[in-house]
Every structure is written in structure tokens, then in C-alpha cells.
Design a protein around this ligand. Structure first.
Ligand code: FES
Length: 87
């Protein structure tokens, strides 16, 4: 489990082990556009402002993964306790 912080409000949303980041955000009233929900299409691409994403998609290039400034919240997670998102 880890937390998502929203840059706009500072709100922190816990993400349980059995839910995706998009599901946790939806629970908090924030709907990210999604399509494939499997890390393939790139629709849910979201900017990461702090923290290390644990990339589990098949969309980003190796360079984009290494830059760690965007991730795909339908399937990817966090390596540390907190990810701050540009939401
Ligand atoms: Fe397709 Fe997230 S919804 S990559």
C-alpha cells in the first residue's frame, strides 16, 4: 500500500494492495480518463511530480520510464510510500 498526493489540494489518498491508482482516485471523486486499463493505450497518462513510479505498463519507452515524470495509473504503482501527482 502507498499514498497518492494531489498537487492541487494536498489531499492524500491511500491505494490498497487490491486496487489500482485509478480506482483509488475514483473513490476520492477524481475520474481519470481510461480505456484499456491494462497499460497499453496511454489514455490515463498522468504527470508525476514527486516519488518513484513502479511502471507496470507496456506503453512508455525505456527513456520515459527512467525519467519517472509520467506514469499510467490504471496499472502502475509506487516504489515508495508516496507519489505526488499533477492532479
Ligand atoms: Fe490504457 Fe491506462 S487506460 S494505459
Amino acid at each position: 500500500p502507498f499514498e497518492i498526493e494531489l498537487a492541487s489540494t494536498g489531499a492524500r489518498i491511500p491505494v490498497a494492495a487490491d486496487e489500482s491508482v485509478t480506482q483509488a482516485l475514483a473513490r476520492a471523486g477524481i475520474d481519470i480518463p481510461t480505456s484499456c486499463e491494462q497499460g497499453v493505450c496511454g489514455t490515463c497518462l498522468t504527470r508525476v511530480l514527486a516519488g518513484q513510479p513502479d511502471h507496470r505498463d507496456q506503453f512508455l519507452t525505456a527513456e520515459e520510464r527512467a525519467a519517472a515524470d509520467h506514469f499510467l495509473p490504471c496499472c502502475s504503482r509506487a516504489r515508495g510510500p508516496l507519489l505526488k501527482l499533477d492532479l
